[in-house]
Design a protein around this ligand. Structure first.
Ligand SMILES: Nc1ncnc2c1ncn2[C@@H]1O[C@H](COP(=O)(O)OP(=O)(O)O)[C@@H](O)[C@H]1O
Ligand SMILES: [Mg+2]
Length: 368
């Protein structure tokens, strides 16, 4: 197979993407497959990387992809080009059997690049356009889970235009105070990495936190603050998804904030399997599959849960359709704990991508 690994990108998670893609490239056997490394710089331009770069990554376990933004090697994507003609560089076509967007967050996980692959008619790893876009939006995800009867944390969603209107703002605050219990938790609806996420103990703090969250998105979510254990579960598959051994994130901070995720080396301990009883494990896995199916997802996702420390209630928190994928990331580690090694996982995702493409190829798009 010619596998286009696409990484970097305009998102805040650019650096994580470089590390995830390095691990993935290292685990694609060079004898059997050709990796086409396509890097997206922070401005959003696509560049074909030299084969020497993938060689360097393969030969050094600690190496991380570096982006060479050579204007002569810009990549373009051609609508309708298909596997032999969708990608082009310097006037030459690049054959791509399957694309693996190793891009977290905006422009990677949110349906936008998935739409580009659909137009180009190239198979790609992960969820489709609608599922990816929905999963990126915490409000829409919750509404769908709620309609499916799945356990979500209660919430109030607020749009910036309403917050800027004094009357509507009062109404929103009154609704949060009525429906949710203090302390509250505020976060942007469509961000990640815990940016803009914070606890608010009173009305004054709430207004401050909401203002800060609006720096990241024009829609925010207010929830009760749950003193929670954070349980995660990997899911892969298309029509018949499977869930793997759950793991637990044990942050050393009050919650799993940006610093605990990326800056503080002692910010969090990862525990796989999670120290939960058999019945809870079963419930987590079942709920993860239901949550995945409710959004019509395909490929892979990491489903994140809370277990309330006060009463052991289980809640779905959020879902990540292109989760961190370094060799030490939770997603591949939880698959490994169920007996699926990293390299086999990568191959499984590539074949799921091709299976989804093939099964949809015969759908009619017109009556002619
Ligand atoms: N309602 C809540 N109560 C307590 N902590 C929360 C709540 N919602 C989120 N958090 C904390 O904030 C972190 C980030 O929130 P999350 O919804 O996972 O967004 P992100 O997409 O940024 O990861 C969570 O891992 C958790 O530690
Ligand atoms: Mg999260």
């Amino acid at each position: 197979m010619n596998i286009a690994v696409i990484y970097g990108g305009k998102s805040g998670e650019h650096e994580v993407s470089l590390r995830s893609a390095s691990s993935i490239i290292r685990n694609i056997p060079a004898r059997a497959h050709r990796v086409i490394a396509i890097a997206i710089d922070k401005n959003g331009a696509w560049f074909l990387q030299e084969d020497a770069e993938t060689e360097r990554i393969r030969n050094d376990q600690a190496a991380v992809l570096a982006i060479v933004a050579n204007p002569a090697r810009r990549v373009s994507v051609i609508p309708g080009g298909g596997q032999s003609g969708a990608f082009e560089c310097a006037g030459e076509k690049i054959a791509v059997d399957v694309a693996f967007p190793v891009l977290h967050g905006t422009y990677g996980e949110d349906g936008t690049i998935q739409g580009l692959f659909e137009m180009a008619e190239v198979p790609y790893v992960g969820g489709g356009v609608m599922a990816s876009a929905l999963a990126m939006d915490k409000e829409k995800t919750k509404l769908i889970w709620q309609a499916a009867g799945l356990p979500i944390v209660p919430f109030v969603a607020i749009k910036i235009a309403d917050w800027q209107n004094d009357l509507l703002k009062e109404e929103m605050i009154a609704r949060a105070e009525r429906d949710l219990r203090w302390p509250l938790f505020v976060k942007p609806a469509c961000a990640g990495s815990s940016v803009g996420a914070a606890k608010a103990a009173n009305r004054e703090e709430l207004e401050k936190r909401v203002g800060e969250a609006f720096l990241w998105d024009d829609k925010i979510i207010v929830e009760p603050f749950i003193p929670a254990r954070e349980i995660e579960c990997s899911v892969t598959g298309n029509e018949a998804p499977v869930a793997y051994t759950p793991g637990e994130i044990i942050p050393s901070h009050e919650f799993y904030d940006y610093d605990a995720k990326y800056l503080d080396p002692e910010g969090a301990a990862l525990k796989i399997p999670a120290d939960i009883d058999e019945q809870t494990t079963k419930r987590v896995r079942q709920t993860a599959i239901q949550a995945y199916r409710a959004l019509d997802l395909s490929g892979l996702s990491r489903v994140d849960f809370f277990i309330d420390r006060r009463n052991a209630s289980l809640y779905l928190n959020e879902i990540n359709t292109i989760p961190g994928f370094t060799s030490i990331s939770m997603f591949p580690k939880m698959c490994e704990a169920s007996g699926l090694p990293y390299a086999d996982l990568v191959m499984k995702l590539l074949s799921l991508a091709r299976a989804r493409f093939d099964s949809r190829r015969n759908l009619r798009t017109n009556r002619g």
